[in-house]
Design a protein around this ligand. Structure first.
Ligand code: HMG
Ligand code: MG
Length: 301
């Protein structure tokens, strides 16, 4: 087995996890949640997104969230365009994530622009961000399947990743947006990306719609990937991707990795406390295996 000694967890709960929540989660709850996640050992996290509040009302407090939580960790914010970058700069953000769909139809539904136009616009914005010393992450949506176009050609995903790597991004987070990929597809794509893109950080982002995310992570580990986006409590989903339910739960991933003697530096007891902060503000129960068992154990003590 080709397994690393350590894996980096990038927590996306405060952004991907909350963006699809029906009811507005108070800013103070969001910031307490983020602080508890940091206390549990998370060092890289998507805090929020500077998107249009008309499109995603839940993220309308992005500036306040950032103001309360910035520190020396890698605090990532998503931005869809120049206006988003300007808002992020005004809030003193260091790490910026752009997001692009391989599928043109998805990209239009998500950010009202063709994939080609997005890439061309981002080339200029990436160069400017890099010249100012920022960390730039590119989130690649619909890397395997699209809810509108179906299966995405592996070559199309690889080509887009290569283009963005050549444009200067530091990290590529490659996503199975609607949780359709099989472990064989995860292994195939990530092996090729790992072989071709040695100069960028490669991260895998699996939604757990069909409960294949842990198997896909295991396959990606075999392909040499050591960085995973995960979400506390398995929250998440893109409002513009029908059928995209939660991300794989951080606590389930950490539990699996630690059982395999792979270090994550995440303290699971403290991590459960972080989920307890956000759970009462959510419109659905937390269903991750590790969280449910931890709560049952508490009740029967
Ligand atoms: P648009 O309507 O085409 O934009 O939306 P526009 O330029 O015509 O602007 C419309 C209004 O929005 C204007 O305001 C702008 O000023 C304002 P008005 O004049 O009407 O008052 N506006 C903004 N306001 C705040 N921040 C901004 C901003 N930009 C424009 N940055 C736009 C285009 C990109 C803005 C919109 O489509 C958008 O915000 N989309 C965001 C969608 C989103 O957040 N999706 C979820 C994140 S991606 C994801 O979850 C996938 C991922 O997890 C990986 C995976 O799993 O696949 C990353
Ligand atoms: Mg996502």
């Amino acid at each position: 087995m080709n397994l690393p000694k350590k894996v980096t967890i990038i927590e996306v709960g405060p952004r991907d996890g909350l963006q699809n929540e029906k009811h507005f989660v108070p800013t103070e709850v969001k910031t307490n949640f983020i602080k508890k996640l940091k206390a549990a050992g998370i060092k890289e996290m998507e805090l929020t997104s500077f998107v249009s509040p008309k499109w995603v009302p839940q993220m309308r407090d992005a500036s306040e969230v950032v103001e309360a939580c910035l520190d020396s960790d890698r605090n990532i914010v998503l931005t869809p365009n120049q206006k988003g970058i300007e808002r992020a700069m005004a809030a003193s953000c260091e790490a910026i994530a752009l997001f692009i769909g391989v599928s043109d139809t998805f990209n239009r539904k998500n950010i009202n622009q063709s994939t080609r136009d997005s890439v061309e616009e981002w080339k200029t914005m990436i160069a400017a961000l890099k010249a100012q010393g920022h960390f730039v992450r590119a989130c690649i949506s619909t890397a395997f399947y699209c809810p509108f176009e179906g299966k995405i050609a592996e070559t199309a995903t690889i080509h887009l990743c290569e283009e963005l790597a050549n444009a200067g991004v530091d990290e590529l987070s490659v996503a199975d947006t609607i949780g359709m990929a099989a472990p064989t597809e995860s292994y195939s794509l990530f092996s090729k990306l790992h072989e071709r893109l040695s100069g960028v950080l490669l991260t895998a982002h699996f939604h757990d719609t069909r409960k294949l995310a842990l198997a896909n992570i295991y396959a990606a580990l075999q392909a040499g990937i050591h960085r995973f986006d995960t979400s506390a409590g398995g929250l998440g989903g893109c409002p513009f991707a029908p059928g995209a339910t939660g991300n794989v739960a951080t606590e389930d991933v950490v539990f699996m990795l630690e059982r395999m003697n792979i270090k994550t530096d995440v303290n699971l007891d403290q991590f459960i406390e972080a989920i307890d902060v956000i759970a009462p503000s959510l419109s659905r129960p937390i269903e991750s295996g590790y969280y449910r068992l931890a709560k049952n154990k508490e009740r029967t003590k």
